[in-house]
Ligand binder design. Structure first.
Ligand SMILES: [Fe+2]
Length: 195
């Protein structure tokens, strides 16, 4: 009787074992589907290695704000938080991509003013827009260079350096005179720079 029962239940037993195996596969895959980790390094600047708990991914791609005709590149920093999406299966991290861009204790918000749009480039450069006033601020400790830019225009405003605005220079030029060799002064400039 027991033998007969075993024979009858054998297919059921096998089916259950298969189901259990499939469930285990799903569980393992599900566990690693979306992980939170920390950027360990960025070899070559084109991929990142992420520490996820005890595990470490191989070099995997990281997502950027734009990567088409308009593209934007910046290399994730070691210590940044990364969300790792796994398009593969199981414990294999080789087909993962990393999403960076979450602030953390290591990399806190560079501003707490919601009216500002601020991009900080290390500690020597930033660009900032104050949305209510429309004022843009650039800081570039290393200088600003325009490449292949035929002309820089300011159509309806003033340009200035640390001494004075350009209108001040024009005023000086238009009024300036010269001490002649004989001691007399020449008249002021005939060709005015003032607009
Ligand atoms: Fe002159």
């Amino acid at each position: 009787m027991t033998v007969l029962l075993k024979q009858m239940l054998a297919p059921v037993h096998d089916a259950l074992a298969e189901l259990q195996e499939a469930a285990e596969d799903n569980r393992r895959q599900g566990n690693n589907l979306i992980c939170k980790g920390v950027v360990k390094s960025a070899p070559g600047g084109k991929k990142v290695i992420i520490d996820i708990g005890e595990n470490t991914t191989p070099p995997i791609p990281f997502m950027l704000p734009a990567a088409g005709i308009t593209s934007h590149y910046r290399c994730p920093s070691p210590g940044e938080i990364a969300i790792v999406l796994n398009f593969g299966t199981g414990d294999d991290f080789s087909s993962c991509v990393a999403l960076c861009g979450l602030f953390s204790d290591s990399f806190p918000f560079p501003t707490e003013n919601p009216d500002e749009v601020l991009t900080v480039f290390g500690d020597k450069a930033f660009q900032k827009v104050d949305i209510p006033s429309g004022k843009m601020t650039f800081h570039a400790a290393g200088g600003v260079e325009f490449v292949n830019t035929p002309e820089v225009k300011n159509t309806d405003g003033e340009m200035a350096d640390k001494v004075r605005p350009m209108s001040g220079d024009r005023e000086i030029y238009d009024g300036h005179d010269h001490q002649g060799d004989s001691g007399g002064k020449t008249g002021s400039a005939n060709q005015k720079q003032g607009g």
